[in-house]
Write a protein that binds this ligand. Sequence first.
Ligand code: PLP
Length: 250
Amino acid sequence: MTTIDERLQQVRARIARACVQHGRDPAGVRLLAVSKTWGPEAVWQAWQAGQRDFGENYVQEGVEKVRSLRALGASDLVWHFIGPLQCNKTRPVAEHFDWVHSIDRLKIAQRLSEQRPAGHKPLQVCIQVNLDGGANKAGVPAAEALALAQQVAALPRLQLRGLMCIPEPAPDFAAACRVFGQLAALRVQMQGQLQGQMPEQRLDTLSMGMSDDLEAALASGSTLLRVGSAIFGPRAYAAGAAASVSGKEK
Ligand SMILES: *Cc1c(COP(=O)(O)O)cnc(C)c1O
């Protein structure tokens, strides 16, 4: 049996190789371990193997894990919310997470800003962009990303950090790079436009790349990889995903 520790080492080795191959500085790449559907003991094992950033998709499951890990004495974890977020679920996210990658409308951002506790650092956020144009997919169309970013950047308890995407699986490396390249280009363009109005605003984060396409994402400029199954193993649910999306525990 491959352990989480071994799989983490394999993922780190893949990242190191891809950085060499594509001329990337490894210091500019952050690895997020996507622990959705896995219990606190899996997170604990990854934490013992040196992993600090964790990603969760479901509010209730995520908050329970944040609490469990704190109770186990692991206090230096950084928790990222990366799933779809409904208005009535924003408060626990504002209270327990450090990052939210899936901002795709102003209402959600406003609520998170209002609900962020005063003693906490500003919530670090990314705008999720729908690059494929799929009608039922989360994310704002690229053409609307700048307008949303301007509004989000003005909210007092949020810090806008960049862009996130979850493209459809691409048939090959070149096709994956084309899609990721669109998000990278959008970031550069938006950075220029935002900085004219808000000089200290930096879009330093490109949250893109998962277990199967992290090399293409790194080749295209990703600064934050969201990797689940390559670290924790295959998730037990597949058909059951709908139940988790509706907010229930797995
Ligand atoms: C599940 C998930 C991931 C990780 O996917 P893997 O293919 O298991 O690496 C990354 N990002 C988001 C938004 C996810 O929901």
